[in-house]
Design a binder for this molecule. Structure first.
Ligand code: TEU
Ligand code: CA
Length: 542
């Protein structure tokens, strides 16, 4: 089995993981100091969020030099040491690859905006305005219009994210050549692969038509999953990845079960992809339209994806999402916080696929109780407030509390010391005040902790062939509160029952089953947010 199927991944958001030099910002030295912890937890690979040079308009997702390390994070020597220390512990490292756009401070863009005939002009997407306005009505993820006007040359450039993140022009073969060469240099350095940021958006409709509707609009068909995207991914595969023992996982924004198999089906494009159906489950047209979690819908999504592609990514969150336990579990009491975080883990990470655990999730870190705008750091939230009309402000703030990305970006909580042991200085973003009872050190020593449960779950996954390879079947499909499934091979059958509600539920033990893990299950009752994992071997099941 490929290593990227077998191993569990851990996502590190370096700015908030561990500060090694006391300046309040997480860094590479800090990460190195915590590698033994990751090993202890049972992690086999790390996805490292961007550590490249960046003015941090979007916290590293705006890269000004793809081949330099952000000074705040350390040096290239530090990076090489990190890689070496990880490999020494048999932990693989995949980097974030952000090539849909660069920073406007990248050398290419600084050249491009000088003159229309600059050799780098065509590395970006420039158009003339229409009657003094934008070339079309496209909106961006972070700003009302996806176009910004550039005085010097009198044209507009496209940015699907902030105005400091101009989109790269993938139609241009010279751009592709530069990107592929850069990827190859990182692979030669020894990294084990990439997580590709919004890679589904790299090809745009070259006629740049208006999107249907009034005002600024987003029509994903005009800039995602286009024919050329498949072409570019194949070209990248052939030029960079073929013949190397590495992997790539795409952040395939707007993927669905119909187009997913084209990207991960035959190994000519990507190995894995992130889909966002689950992350969208509590949103409306926009993520800020808050909607309740619906278990029936959840089951549908899981089943649909387990069937659609041979291998899924399994995750409850990332640096763009609020904290899983606050969002999908119950963080209102200590007991339910503890149980629901564990049960969410059991519900997700024994499915067929590769776990991606976001830093802090394994100790049950929660959303942050933001009180004012000054506490926010994220361009998405700040722009949302900036562009909200007076009437929209209340909804925007509610949205930010529930879904703002800064919720997941507060510092990792290591111990009970100042700033949760993250830094001896002043942290760049506030530490969650609950670190006195939610932190790694305390949880490492408690058998009943969320952290101990994650460790146990990962070790179970690694040791049970049935969990790695078995078929997936949904159990109790109609149950209103329990999410249950089985994984089966010829040798054994493993069943997972998760009570994803605050109600008590009757649950008979399946005959002759051996209990592998139980949490709040007693006398045929699955308590609120409890879970039960059983195993039957083929000999005694028949
Ligand atoms: O996110 C891509 C993306 O689609 C986001 O706009 C997502 O919809 C949003 O974060 C949800 O609130 C990636 C990165 O993960 C994100 O951190 C970057 O800001 C973005 O690309 C631009 O690089
Ligand atoms: Ca630091």
């Amino acid at each position: 089995m490929e290593w990227w199927k077998e191993r569990a991944f851990y996502q590190i958001y370096p700015r908030s993981f561990m500060d090694g030099n006391g300046d309040g910002i997480g860094d590479i030295k800090g990460i190195i100091s915590k590698l033994d912890y990751l090993k202890w937890l049972g992690i086999g690979a790390v996805w490292l969020c961007p550590v490249y040079a960046s003015p941090n308009a979007d916290m590293g997702y705006d890269i000004s030099d793809y081949e330099a390390i952000m000074e705040e994070f350390g040096s290239m020597e530090d990076f090489d040491l990190l890689l070496k220390e990880m490999h020494k512990r048999d932990i693989k490292l995949i980097m974030d690859l952000v090539v849909n756009h660069s920073s406007d401070e990248h050398r290419w863009f600084r050249e491009a905006r000088k003159r229309k005939d600059n050799p780098y002009r065509d590395f970006y997407i420039w158009r003339e305005g229409k009657e003094g306005r934008e070339p079309n009505n496209w909106s961006s993820f972070f700003t009302p219009s996806a176009w910004s006007y550039d005085e010097t040359t009198g044209e507009w450039y496209l940015h699907l994210f902030s105005e400091k993140q101009p989109d790269l022009n993938w139609e241009n073969p010279s751009l592709r050549k530069e990107i592929f060469a850069m990827i190859n240099r990182w692979l030669d350095r020894g990294v084990d692969g990439f997580r590709m940021d919004v890679i589904s958006l790299i090809a745009k409709d070259q006629t740049f038509p208006d999107a249907p509707g009034e005002g600024y609009q987003m029509d994903p068909t005009l800039f995602s999953f286009r024919l050329q995207m498949h072409q570019y991914l194949k070209e990248m595969r052939n030029t960079c990845f073929r013949g190397r023992d590495c992997m790539c996982v795409g952040e395939t924004t707007f993927v669905n079960t119909t187009n997913a198999p084209l990207v991960v089906g035959d190994g000519t494009e990507l190995d894995l992809l992130f889909q966002f159906d689950l992350m969208d489950i509590d949103g409306g047209i926009s993520k800020w339209d808050l909607r309740d979690f619906d278990l029936a819908r959840f089951k549908q999504i899981i089943c649909r994806w387990q069937q659609a592609i041979p291998w899924n990514t399994l995750f409850w969150g990332n640096h763009d999402q609020p904290r899983a336990v606050s969002r999908f579990g119950d963080d209102t009491s200590f007991l339910l916080w503890n149980r629901s975080a564990k049960t969410l883990a059991a519900a997700m990470y024994l499915l067929k696929g590769t776990p991606f655990i976001y830093q802090g999730e394994e100790i049950g870190m929660t959303n942050y109780p933001f009180k004012s705008k000054d506490e926010l750091r994220d361009v998405e939230s700040l722009n949302l407030l900036k562009h909200a009309t007076r009437d929209e402000k209340g909804k925007a703030w509610k949205g930010i509390l529930a879904k703002g990305r800064d919720n997941a970006r507060t510092p990792m909580q290591w111990n009970e010391e100042n700033n949760a042991g993250f830094t001896t200085g002043t942290p760049w973003i506030a530490v969650n005040p609950n670190y006195m009872h939610i932190n790694v050190e305390d949880e490492q020593s408690e058998e009943w902790s969320i952290l101990s449960f994650y460790r146990q779950l990962l070790s179970l996954r690694a040791s049970e062939k049935t969990i790695l390879e078995g078929d997936f079947v949904l159990l109790l499909p109609e149950h209103p509160h329990i999410f249950a499934y089985e994984r089966t091979t010829q040798d054994s059958r493993i069943c997972v029952y998760c009570n994803l509600s605050g109600e008590e539920e009757k649950l008979e033990l399946p005959e002759k089953g051996q209990i592998l893990i139980k949490e709040a299950y007693e006398d045929g009752i699955l308590q609120p947010w409890g879970c039960l994992i059983t195993k039957q071997n083929a000999e005694n099941s028949g």
